[in-house]
Unconditional design. Structure first.
Length: 663
């Protein structure tokens, strides 16, 4: 089979697998795994074992670690330190110890599985089982709008520590393949190498990275920016590999360095296609490792390795979460969310198998059990509420008490305001409402914030505004208005849908970060949408105008006109080098100035004849010989050298620019 034929087969199988799994509302990752099992050498045999394919698939892990490095920040760790370094560290350590203890017992019952690996193999196996699937869990929690819930925050904290723990585990597992008497020396050398490389890269790289990215970005070439990004990522991965460490460690360091620059968000979007495609190829190769025949021959062992570790991991995490202060319901939901295996578990398992730390029959059985646990993960999380209600006799009571507390808070109120989110914006709104003696009830999912504010006498309760029962308990039928004070469009749309079903006439004011989702929220039923960036600009302009002597009534009229026209005049702005760059396909509205060249085809034509509006672009001004005309009409005739100010999305502006510059 030629390289082209192999590539076409992998692409065809991947597309079909992902389409089928998306139709079943399952994560694409599971589709890649299923495809790998089907076309691999142990099933249909359509793809033979190929070292080049496996090595290429490792780049999927490289880019995944790079993405994790982008998310790594000291401020984030500080905020979540209890969940990360408390619950997360305890979970990984106890999971490894649990697997080692269980493996020693299993080795006594079935010694043929541990003739080669012994204790080092069990440690590697424990590291693999300690991992949970960040890709699956975060995606499902995000879709269920549970990332900010109590169990969601605990799950994120544990997943973050697991991701960080992968770095030392990737160094530890190869060292475990050495003879036991050489192991301390090998680990010491590996740690010294890692420390030296990290210090050099972080110390010198931190100083050079921002300057170098500024030089590259200043060239205003998307192609050059992408080439530089690939060079940095793969270059640092190569450096760490030459130092005897893993490719993934270098990619992780590259992500950390770039995360401290202002180009982080653009880099994150640019790298995503490479990461997803190569990671999909990685999961296909993992599926190809599975020998279905071996699994069938040891079916009892596969079932044992599926049910027992998943059950024990679920129980362990639930107990640890309770130990760290979580309620029974939250602890059980945390355990259900993390009970499955993870993508980095496959990385560690493949590494251990290649070093001969785990016997082939056991490797196949473990691989199959991990795949099945990941297939079960979406269902465990989807039905977690029902499972928790069956396992915890107090969870339904606690939910009822929470709703009762909300209802008691609002029972005696009429014409009150429901504030969804009690962050800084919600708190400022609440203070102004109190000054006007308007009653309110604020719903928030941060237990520390709720407890502190409620103990200070503020009308704040713990509750999820995206749940029907919570809105009913908050007295939506008696409320005068609702304000969504957090800038999350997906959650806001869900709240708007529930509000429309319960009280269609209730006015809802929604806060957004910018104007990109303005029309979507208005179409969903929002009475007012407040983009905080534009409103901040209006306040800045009003203060400046008053300071310059413009009469107050005229300033108020200007502000009112901007709001009445849905901020149309203020939408879009000229981007510069100091702004966070948007992805080329982003939907954010921006401004761009285009000067028509001499001999341009558009010279002598009217704006109306160009039909730029069909491209999603409007001309806000024309500068001709130093005179600027604002809001030109469709009858305006263009001339050579005209500077047109265009407003639209990045892709629409690119199309319009081609039309205007054509000779």
């Amino acid at each position: 089979m030629t390289t082209l034929e192999l590539s076409l087969l992998l692409l065809l199988a991947a597309v079909i697998g992902v389409v089928l799994f998306r139709m079943l509302s399952l994560p694409p990752m599971l589709g890649y795994l299923a495809v790998g099992i089907l076309i691999g050498p142990h099933a249909l045999g359509m793809v033979p074992k190929d070292e080049g394919t496996r090595y290429l698939a490792e780049f999927g892990v490289v880019f995944l670690m790079f993405s994790i490095g982008l998310e790594f920040s000291l401020s984030r760790l500080k905020t979540m330190r209890r969940a990360v370094f408390g619950l997360g560290m305890a979970q990984v350590a106890c999971s490894i110890l649990m697997v080692v203890a269980g493996g020693l017992g299993l080795a006594w019952l079935a010694p043929e599985f541990f003739r080669q690996g012994g204790l080092p193999g069990l440690i590697a196996l424990g590291g693999a089982y300690a991992m949970s699937s960040t890709a699956i869990v975060v995606k499902i929690l995000n879709e269920r709008l549970e990332l900010d819930s109590r169990h969601g925050r605990l799950i994120l904290g544990v997943l973050l520590f697991q991701d960080l723990a992968v770095v030392p585990l990737l160094i530890l597992v190869p060292a475990l393949g050495m003879p036991l008497h050489e192991l301390p020396w090998v680990l010491t050398v590996a740690a010294a190498k890692a420390a030296t490389v990290l210090v050099l890269l972080l110390y010198f790289g931190q100083k050079l990275m921002r300057r170098w990215f500024f030089v590259v970005a200043k060239q205003r070439s998307q192609e050059l920016f992408m080439l530089n990004l690939l060079l940095i990522t793969l270059g640092l991965a190569w450096i760490t590999e030459q130092a005897g460490l893993s490719l993934a460690l270098g990619a992780f360091v590259a992500g950390m360095l770039i995360s401290e620059t202002e180009y982080r968000h653009q880099v994150e979007e640019d790298i995503k296609p490479f990461r997803d495609v190569l990671l999909g190829l990685f999961f296909i190769t993992i599926g190809m490792l599975l020998n279905v025949r071996t699994v069938l021959d040891h079916f009892g062992l596969v079932v044992l390795l599926l049910t027992v570790p998943v059950g024990l991991k679920f129980g362990l995490i639930a107990l640890l979460a309770r130990w760290f202060g979580a309620t029974p319901g939250v602890a059980l939901r945390t355990g259900l969310g993390l009970a499955q295996a993870g993508e980095f578990g496959f990385v560690l398992l493949t590494q251990a198998g290649g070093l001969g730390l785990i016997e082939a029959p056991l490797l196949q059985a473990v691989l199959a059990s991990m795949l099945l646990s990941m297939l079960a993960a979406p269902f465990l999380i989807q039905y977690s509420d029902r499972i928790v209600l069956r396992l915890s006799s107090t969870d339904w009571l606690q939910q009822s008490l929470a709703l009762t507390q909300i209802a008691r808070q609002t029972m005696a109120t009429q014409k009150h305001v429901i504030i969804c989110g009690y962050g800084r914006s919600g708190q400022n709104l609440a203070r102004l409402l109190e000054q006007e003696q308007i009653s309110y009830v604020a719903l928030d999912l941060d237990p520390e914030r709720v407890n502190e504010a409620a103990s200070a006498g503020y009308s704040v309760v713990y509750g999820d505004a995206a749940r029907r029962e919570t809105l009913v308990a908050a007295g939506i039928g008696r409320a005068a208005a609702m304000v969504i004070s957090y800038a999350d469009t997906r959650s806001s749309l869900k709240v708007l849908r529930l509000c429309h079903e319960l009280e269609p006439a209730l006015p809802v004011i929604v806060r957004t970060f910018d104007d990109s989702d303005l029309e979507v929220l208005q179409a969903a039923g929002a009475a007012e949408v407040v983009p905080e960036i534009i409103e901040g600009s209006l306040m800045l302009a009003s203060h400046a105008l008053i300071l310059l002597g413009v009469p107050m009534n005229r300033v108020v009229r200007r502000i009112r006109e901007a709001r009445d026209t849905r901020y149309q005049m203020l939408r879009g702005f000229f981007h510069g080098a100091t702004d966070e760059a948007d992805h080329p396909d982003a939907v954010h509205v921006r401004l761009r100035s285009v000067t028509t060249p001499e001999g341009a085809q558009v010279s002598g034509q009217s704006l109306g004849a160009l039909r730029l509006s069909l491209l999603g672009v409007e001309v806000t001004a024309i500068l001709r010989r130093g005179i600027r005309g604002i809001d030109p009409g469709p009858e305006a005739i263009l001339q050579d050298g005209d500077a047109l100010v265009l407003r639209g999305t990045s892709s629409a502006l690119a199309l319009a620019e081609e039309v205007l510059l054509k000779k």
